[in-house]
Every structure is written in C-alpha cells, then in structure tokens.
Write a protein that binds this ligand. Structure first.
Ligand code: PGA
Length: 254
C-alpha cells in the first residue's frame, strides 16, 4: 500500500486523474470503478480538462459505480446516476451505455446485485477502482461491521452516514435509508485501488486505515491487503499519521 500526501485538494485530485489517465491511455478499453461524493469531484474536473485539452479518449472505456441510493430515481439530483452524468459523463466522450451505476429503482434488488457483479466480470474486471472514505471508515456504503468478503448487496445506512449526507437534502428525513453497494470483496477484486481523502474530518479514518489493524469496524482498513492500493490525501486528512509519507508515487518516478 502506497500512501501519498499532497499539499492540497487540487494536487491530490490532479495526481489521481493522472493515474487514471495513464491507465486509459495504455488500455483504451479500460474498466474504471468510480465513486461519488464531494471527494472525487476535483479528479473528475481534471479528467474532463484532459479530455478537452489533451484529447484523453473515453470512447471505449467502461465504468462501474460503487453504489446508489435505493428508491431514488436517476432523475433525482441527489441520485448517484445524476451525479455521475453531471460531474463527468456529460462532459467526456464516453458511451453512456458503457456506464453502470447500480439501479436504485430495481424491483428485485438481489437479482439486480447478482447481475451487476456478472457485468463487472463480463467486462473483464475493474482495472482501477476510485474510492472515497467515510468519516466512520466506510468504503462505498460498506458501513462498519460489513463483512470484509461481502459482495454487491443492499445495505442500511449508518446513522453517521445519514447525518453526513443530510447536507445534500432539504431535511434529514429525506435522506434515503438504504443503498445498493458493491461489497468489500467486490472492491478488492479490482486490479488497483486509489483511495482519496481530504480535509480534517477524515484524519481519524485515515489514521486507522493506514496505521491501524485490519478490522470490519473500519472497512477501509482492508485496502492494506490489496497488492496495488494507493492512498492519496491532502495535508489535513493525513494530519494524525505518525510516520513520514511520500509526496509522489514511486511508479511515476520510474
Ligand atoms: P465525501 O464522501 O467524498 O462526500 O466525503 C465519501 C464517502 O462517504 O465515501
């Protein structure tokens, strides 16, 4: 696991975008695992810039998103499908048919989850999975206590997650209580992982993830077991780490 501490959110986002772009350039039909939330927005902005200014080509890229709220239609401005269209897909030359976000309106959710896993396999597996981290250490909607071997399924959101996400809804009662999420086992099958964290409110979760023991109570700690995981933070999110970490990934130095 490589930990990179950048000076700012912008630098963190730029490095994540560079790492993703490198994969897309070397494998035009790459399969990207994508995330929502405030953290990856800067990365998506940089990928859009690379598409517009450097002709980064997404025409053969396939994507799979980590999660989606249950019972929120894709037209709802807080649905993750809406978020992805708005923050990335509408601004690059991706074929929307190759973009996958779990269907929160699916009538048979377990059957949908099985289908979603099959689609990932059919696409050849995920080349790089982008991840944010919750203040409680969750990855996607795998809340503390989630099985570290879990697959795509429906989960009840943690009280803390509901509170954290209330800022996006008019009232806390409007925050969905359930979500479909890739499982931790599903995420760990991606060929590489990039976990991003910025701001002070992630410092505890990053301390546990990087320097703590692996535990289902902090699902992000599982990335310690991934053979190709990079954690990129800004200074604030790394402020509680006790060891020194690099500012550049070793692979880019080579
Ligand atoms: P955030 O959410 O990027 O909005 O902080 C991350 C997460 O909860 O996984």
């Amino acid at each position: 696991m490589e930990v990179i501490v950048k000076n700012s959110y912008e630098e963190m986002s730029k490095l994540a975008a560079e790492m993703i772009a490198k994969i897309v350039r070397s494998k035009p039909n790459a399969v990207l695992g994508l995330a929502t939330g405030s953290t990856p927005i800067g990365t998506y902005k940089e990928l859009i810039r690379m598409h517009k200014e450097e002709k980064l080509d997404f025409s053969n890229v396939t994507t799979f998103n980590l999660d989606e709220y249950v019972a929120l239609p894709p037209t709802h401005d807080q649905s993750y499908r809406y978020f992805m269209n708005d923050n990335l897909f509408n601004h690059i030359n991706i074929d929307k048919k190759k973009t996958h976000v779990p269907d929160g309106m699916a009538k048979d959710i377990p059957a949908f989850c099985k289908w979603y896993e099959e689609q990932i396999l059919k696409a050849g597996g995920i080349d790089v999975q982008l991840l944010g981290i919750g203040g409680n250490g969750h990855i996607a909607f795998n809340e503390p206590g989630s099985s570290l071997g879990s697959r795509t399924r429906v989960k009840t959101l943690d009280e803390k997650t509901i509170k954290d996400n209330a800022r996006f809804f008019k009232t806390i009662d409007e925050v969905p209580k359930y979500a479909i999420t890739m499982g931790i086992g599903t995420i760990m099958e991606a060929r590489s992982l990039i976990l991003l964290a910025n701001k002070e409110n992630k410092a505890d979760a990053i301390l546990k993830t990087v320097e703590g023991p692996i535990t289902a109570m902090v699902p992000a700690t599982i990335v310690q077991l991934h053979p190709k995981a990079t954690i990129i933070t800004d200074k604030a999110a790394s402020s509680k780490l006790t060891r020194e970490y690099a500012e550049e990934p070793s692979v880019l130095k080579r």
